[in-house]
Design a protein around this ligand. Structure first.
Ligand code: TYM
Length: 336
């Protein structure tokens, strides 16, 4: 029944690391678009827990965040009956294909990954091999499901390009094995900046909580963070070079309201930054409120979340088996 239909649709794969409180950057850059694509595509959305241990985690917190991340996906509007939702470590094929792709990825390619350079500077005491080879695991996540499209924020563009390069290389050596995926990066919202330093991206691992707005932040905190957001001294709400702080707030407001930059400029013509920041804060808090309510309901029902994880892992394992058999056969491994 469903299966024939889903097979005809193009496949989407994406994931978020359960390594911190999800921010409106994760929401606007990725999850919000996942929701809008869910009806048209055959979607697989993963909580990528294997990725998060490239940085040291507190086990009890990581466990809680895996549930939370899944709950955010559903609360944001992804229907687990229509899309496959699962936890990466529940399908061992990711680690298996990750190893195979490690052996087909060059040291030089991985050395050029800007996220590796940033993260190794930030965690100088723990530059582990997993942090280095992480993009090959990400390629495995994507290629395992013969994915067509990968909706992500701009910071993942380089990793997607590497996944494409690996797929093309593998296909070139062994014959057609993997679909070569495309990135899907939104026009607005692909790079939400930190509120305290708008030249940097908003990040869930930022030690300064004023820099990010978490999807689960309370209304008062959201408004306070926007009030404090770093802007400039021009006091005119317009989108222009050199106005990183205002540009960022305009992007956020645009994503949540659907208004264009020109419409936002007109709305706030003759008004100060105080009014604008207040409007952005109020809007973001109001748009997040229903997601938060649904999140709280879901978190009170762990058994339900576990049933989704189980059901999703079965589907994911079933679907990836076909690719793994093909890969092992092409490599020359014996299949009995
Ligand atoms: P992660 O967990 O850092 O981020 C999850 C998603 O959120 C996007 N994002 C942002 N978008 C706009 N502005 C921001 N400030 C911002 N911060 C984060 C990211 O681009 C991403 O889409 N390696 C990935 C997770 C991953 C994955 C995959 C993604 C693992 N395997 C396979 C797609 C396909 C990561 O660390 O994302």
């Amino acid at each position: 029944m469903e299966n024939n239909q889903t097979e005809a649709k193009k496949v989407i794969f994406s994931g978020v690391q359960p390594s911190g409180l999800l921010t409106i950057g994760n929401y606007l850059g990725a999850i919000k678009n996942w929701v809008s694509l869910a009806d048209e595509y055959d979607c697989i959305y993963c909580v990528v827990d294997l990725h998060s241990i490239t940085v040291r985690q507190v086990p009890a917190e990581l466990r809680r965040r895996i549930y939370e991340t899944l709950a955010v996906y559903i609360a944001a509007g992804i229907d687990p009956e229509k899309s496959t939702l699962f936890v990466q470590s529940h399908n061992p094929a990711h680690a298996e294909l990750g190893w195979v792709l490690d052996c087909h990825t060059q040291f030089g390619e991985l050395s050029r990954m800007t996220q590796f350079k940033d993260k190794s500077a930030k965690h100088a005491d723990n530059i582990n091999a997993g942090l280095f080879t992480y993009p090959a695991l990400m390629a495995a996540d994507i290629l395992l499901y013969q994915t067509d499209l990968v909706p992500v924020g701009l910071d993942q563009k380089q990793h997607i390009e590497l996944a494409r390069d690996i797929a093309v290389r593998f296909n070139g050596i062994y014959g057609d094995t993997f679909k070569v995926p495309e990135g899907f990066i939104p026009q607005t919202g692909a790079k939400i900046a930190s509120l305290s330093d708008p030249t940097r991206k908003m990040s869930k691992s930022d030690p300064n909580a004023n820099g990010y707005v978490a999807i689960l932040d309370k209304k008062d905190d959201i408004i306070r963070k926007f009030k404090r957001a770093v802007t400039d001294s021009e006091a005119v709400v317009r989108f222009a070079e050199g106005k990183d702080g205002i540009n960022n707030l305009m992007n956020i407001y645009s994503c949540f309201t659907g208004k264009t930059h020109a419409e936002i400029e007109a709305e706030f013509a003759g008004k100060g930054y105080g009014d604008f920041k207040m409007a952005v804060g109020e809007t973001v808090a109001d748009k997040l409120a229903p997601i938060q309510a649904e999140f709280n309901r879901l978190m009170a029902d762990k058994a339900y979340l576990e049933s989704i994880m189980k059901q999703g892992a079965e589907v994911a394992a079933y679907r990836s088996k076909k690719t793994m058999r093909k890969v092992y056969k092409k490599l020359g491994f014996v299949q009995v």
